[in-house]
Design a protein around this ligand. Structure first.
Ligand SMILES: C[S@@+](CC[C@H](N)C(=O)[O-])C[C@H]1O[C@@H](n2cnc3c(N)ncnc32)[C@H](O)[C@@H]1O
Length: 216
């Protein structure tokens, strides 16, 4: 299982934004939508062995929200970012009256959270990586198959999150000298992990890169 965790600080946790203004009033929910898209979608298929969590911390608890996407169950995920942003918006809006997580649409769980303890819990649940430009270069053979990969969104983690990450056992790693979008980091991570795994998790063997065999 590959797990991504994104720390989001600008997206209105009430879901009160227009689908015509994803980057402005939506607090760059366009980038969160791209992260969801790159985490799960490949050409004509889905990565079912992937999960992605977004901690929406634009407002403090109890308004803060944890959104959890499960590749094995997810439906209604289309390649365009507007429809993914609509899934996110609808989930945030639907969760408002609940004090517990709900499955807002198949494979998309959302509920109240306290972001810092939730981040600590995720970091303690197994091998973890914190992707940051200031980390040590990610080794070619390094991506662990069951790792949780923590990323900022359009901003870097807040100081209290950085402190927690620094205190944790998460490996602080860089994907290269250029500051990338979070969604691009997910693409790079998947590719690096695919190469380590020798195939693509969750894809049927005939669609795996290892199935391409030269006969000459
Ligand atoms: C758009 S970047 C954050 C803003 C960026 N630090 C800047 O100076 O503009 C979003 C996140 O992507 C990840 N990231 C971006 N470039 C990276 C790199 N070269 N190596 C590892 N992680 C990176 C980090 O987790 C970062 O918080």
């Amino acid at each position: 299982m590959r797990r991504f965790l994104i720390l989001s600080h600008r997206v209105p946790v009430s879901g009160a934004f227009s689908l015509n203004d994803l980057a402005g009033g939506g607090g760059r929910v366009d980038e969160i939508a791209r992260c969801v898209s790159t985490a799960f979608l490949v050409s004509n298929d889905l990565r079912r062995d992937t999960e992605l969590t977004v901690l929406f911390a634009q407002a403090p608890p109890p308004a803060a929200r944890r959104m959890h996407f499960v590749g094995e169950r997810i439906r209604h995920l289309n390649p365009d970012e507007r429809s993914t942003a609509a899934l996110i918006k609808n989930a945030l809006v639907r969760s408002i009256p609940f004090d517990h997580p709900i499955e807002a649409s198949p494979g998309l769980f959302v509920g109240p959270t306290d972001p810092l303890p939730e981040l600590a819990r995720a970091l303690a649940s197994g091998p973890a990586y914190w992707l940051t430009e200031s980390g040590a270069p990610l080794g070619v053979d390094e991506p662990a198959p069951d790792a949780t990969v923590v990323l900022g969104d359009v901003d870097d983690p807040r100081p209290e999150e950085v402190e927690l990450l620094e205190r944790s056992d998460a490996r602080k790693r860089s994907l290269g000298p250029i500051s990338l979008r979070a969604s691009q980091c997910i693409d790079v991570w998947h590719n690096r992990a695919d190469l380590v795994a020798g195939g693509a998790p969750g894809l049927p063997p005939e669609r795996s890169p290892t199935a391409v065999v030269r006969t000459d």
